[in-house]
Design a protein around this ligand. Structure first.
Ligand SMILES: Nc1ncnc2c1ncn2[C@@H]1O[C@H](COP(=O)(O)OP(=O)(O)OP(=O)(O)O)[C@@H](O)[C@H]1O
Ligand SMILES: [Mg+2]
Length: 326
């Protein structure tokens, strides 16, 4: 175990002020999380289903857009490169991201619908979720890759947020270009083919995602052996496994650092992984060392799971949590 310093959980609070210097470019699959709330007072005459009279709605940026939102809330300068449809949901995402101070570079693909997850909520429960999604076209993805190459020089950290919707078709080229330009490249992975992530600085699977590629582990040592094998095979500097209520473990060549969760209360764990990779990106972009960045990300995740809905963490909340821990 790595113990660093003594003040505020080993983290000098002055480090948090450096977050403003971080410049983070997020690329990945964006989506719009939409909620329709209403009253249910009768069953439909057309089919045995409830009729919901919608009274209120709510919308939040999801996926890579939630990563960008989390990085901006921590104080970083953030750009987001992605693809949406030429539709109302795409415009809504653009507007929400602008409100959060994010430079949204959303390529409009007229042949697709923006990814939307619509939840219909009545009587305090989710009655139905409706998903709209189509993979972006080759032409739009190629244009996006061209813009990626021109944007890259203005950022220190590249976060690739893969939600498996097709927006990261060119992930291997992006990692290669990022590393060649000396950038820190972080990947939140999806699927069972991690060869696409070869050469990244760090990949951040959760337990289930890691299990999908290395199989089930029988002990901590077994996990460490499997994680190290994967890290070496993919030529990563580090592998971070996020482990829900168990916190997270960082694997670097010959070293393993475990951070137990700092969550006090758990209300909503959705989006915790987005907060983790955003906080890592911001901390590394601010020049903070990897083990300390992981510790900061773990505190940020501990705060965000105590909030309802996919939420963000602000530097003052992080400072308070660190101070309370010391
Ligand atoms: N149930 C929980 N109790 C305590 N801490 C939690 C819990 N769930 C998540 N966390 C914190 O959040 C971090 C990230 O969570 P997790 O490993 O579940 O990521 P994830 O599955 O990618 O999340 P998501 O996909 O919902 O965004 C954990 O490392 C931990 O610090
Ligand atoms: Mg995740």
């Amino acid at each position: 175990m790595n113990r660093v310093g003594s003040a505020t959980a080993g983290i000098d609070p002055k480090l948090l002020a450096r977050f403003r210097d971080a410049r983070v470019l997020v690329v990945g699959d964006v989506m719009l999380d939409r909620y329709w709330f209403g009253e249910v007072s009768r069953i439909s005459p057309e089919a045995p289903v409830p009729v919901v009279k919608v009274e209120r709605s709510d919308e939040r940026p999801g996926g890579a857009a939630n990563v960008a939102r989390n990085a901006a809330a921590l104080g970083a300068k953030v750009a987001l490169l992605s693809v949406v449809g030429d539709d109302e949901a795409g415009s809504t995402l653009n507007r929400l991201l602008a409100t959060d101070g994010i430079e949204a570079r959303l390529h409009r693909d007229p042949t697709i619908a923006t990814t939307v997850k619509l939840r219909v909520i009545g009587r305090q429960q989710q009655l139905l979720r409706i998903d709209f999604e189509t993979p972006p076209s080759h032409e739009v993805l190629a244009n996006k890759l061209v813009e990626f190459r021109t944007l890259l020089s203005g950022y220190d950290v590249l976060i690739l947020s893969d939600y498996g919707k097709g927006g990261l078709t060119h992930v291997a080229e992006m990692i290669q270009a990022g590393r060649a330009a000396g950038k820190t490249v972080l990947v939140d992975p999806k699927g069972d083919d991690y060869s696409r992530y070869r050469g990244a600085t760090m990949v951040t699977p959760n337990r289930g995602e890691l299990r999908e590629v290395v199989g089930r582990w029988k002990s901590e040592d077994d996990l460490a052996a499997r994680a190290e094998r994967l890290r070496a095979e993919l030529e990563l500097d580090a592998l971070l496994v996020t482990r829900s209520e168990e916190g997270m473990t960082l694997f670097q060549p010959g070293a393993r650092v475990h951070e137990p969760t700092k969550a006090q209360e758990v209300y909503d764990v959705s989006g915790a992984g987005d907060t983790v990779i955003a906080a890592l990106g911001v901390a590394l972009g601010a020049g903070i060392s990897l083990p300390l960045a992981v510790r900061i990300a773990n505190y940020a995740a501990g705060i965000v799971v105590g909030k309802l809905g996919t939420a963000v963490v602000h530097p003052d909340e992080l400072a308070a949590a660190l101070a309370a821990a010391s």
